[in-house]
Write a protein that binds this ligand. Structure first.
Ligand code: SAH
Length: 343
């Protein structure tokens, strides 16, 4: 069996090296090559003997993504990367620049099986789950490309992270490991379409990551029309699970609400939404829907977005409008990968 060496924590790496007849301390030598220096080849590990390098090459694989394309926004410095995995599968990741630092948005799966109606990633279905190493390497490659440190990570690219739960958890462990990239859990956000049992499980992990819930509707009926996952998990059940996450972790929930013109942007929607949120320590992030060529959902006009925000605020809800980034470079989720695959 070949070991996926970048997906191992330090303890597992130690066990693996012992199985090759090596001393445990080798793990302390090799781990930083993988997770701090982000080497692309075992040959770059200069303090490791040739004999051990050969052993590692025979018994393990080093996951390194290949940059196929990068698009740079002239408007705001956003960079959108298309990477090829070892088997040729494509994933995309986005780098966004803010005053407080740089944030990378990563994919957790190639494709997605959740089928949200407005989402470009849903169109081709799920190809496969990404390994922890493949999730990490999106960030490692981008850091190398930029030559600077990334401070925030959002798991909001293609895929449903809680549908790839074990790999996602290992990814968080490695990403926030003080011997690795050491990104504070408070600077990590995971976005989910609302897989209730997994939200509850995640709450029990007592992590400090932020949970963003893709709500997008003010009632069960409307949510059903946009998100098939609502067939399995009813809207109140989802909100209850988020509240449980808050009570277990103390982390305020973000509800994501993509505004679709004429579908979920009325005054009545705002009133119902505020009712769902009532008494919760949370915050609503409004996102004007990004039109996807294959779907005919329209963006509300900018004034409607502002009105919706004001309406929610009347009910005492914290609201922000998400700044649109990379508008000139296939901003919406899954669009770059989709366009590339259509060629
Ligand atoms: N599966 C996860 C994370 C990936 S999608 C989730 O559902 O949350 C990241 C966010 O982008 C989600 O809130 C998703 O609903 C939203 N999204 C997808 N396509 C979009 C589009 N065309 N316009 C606006 N938001 C979109």
């Amino acid at each position: 069996m070949t070991e996926d060496i970048k997906s191992l924590n330090q303890k597992e790496l130690e066990t693996f090296l012992c199985s090759l007849g090596e001393k445990p301390f080798r793990a302390k030598q090799i781990y930083p090559w993988l997770h701090v220096k982000h080497v692309e080849d075992f040959e770059e590990m200069t303090d490791i003997s040739n004999k051990l390098k050969e052993k590692l090459k025979e018994s393990s694989v080093l996951t390194v993504l290949r940059q196929v394309q990068v698009q740079c926004s002239k408007l705001d410095g956003t960079r959108k990367y298309l990477f090829a995995l070892a088997d040729g599968t494509m994933v995309e990741s986005v780098l966004m620049r803010y005053k407080h630092g740089s944030s990378v948005c990563i994919s957790s799966q190639a494709g997605c099986r959740m089928g949200c109606r407005f989402c470009a990633s849903a169109l081709g279905g799920l190809v496969r789950n990404l390994t922890p190493g493949e999730m990490l390497d999106q960030i490692y490659r981008i850091q190398k490309d930029l030559g600077e440190r990334v401070s925030h990570v959002v798991v909001m690219g293609t895929g449903e992270p809680l549908d790839n739960y074990d790999n996602f958890l290992k990814f968080i462990e490695l990403l926030s490991d003080e011997h690795g990239l050491n990104i504070s859990q408070r600077n990590i956000t995971v976005s989910t379409c609302g897989i209730v049992p997994r939200i509850r499980e995640l709450a029990q992990e007592k992590l400090q990551i932020t949970l963003a819930l893709s709500l997008h509707a003010s009632s069960q009926e409307k949510r059903l029309a946009l998100m098939p996952v609502a067939k399995t998990y009813e809207i109140h059940e989802v909100i209850e699970a988020c509240d449980y996450y808050f009570r277990q972790t103390g982390r305020r929930i973000t509800y994501e609400y993509s505004l679709v013109g004429g579908i979920n942007d009325s005054k009545e929607d705002a009133r119902l939404l505020a009712g769902l949120m009532k008494g919760q320590n949370c915050h609503v992030n409004l996102i004007p829907v990004n039109p996807v060529r294959e779907r005919d959902y329209a963006q509300p006009d900018p004034q409607a977005v502002v009105n919706f925000k004001k309406e929610l605020e009347k009910y005492g809800i914290n609201v922000t409008i998400r700044r649109e980034m990379g508008r000139d470079i296939d901003g919406a989720c899954g669009q770059l990968r989709k366009r590339f695959m259509d060629l």
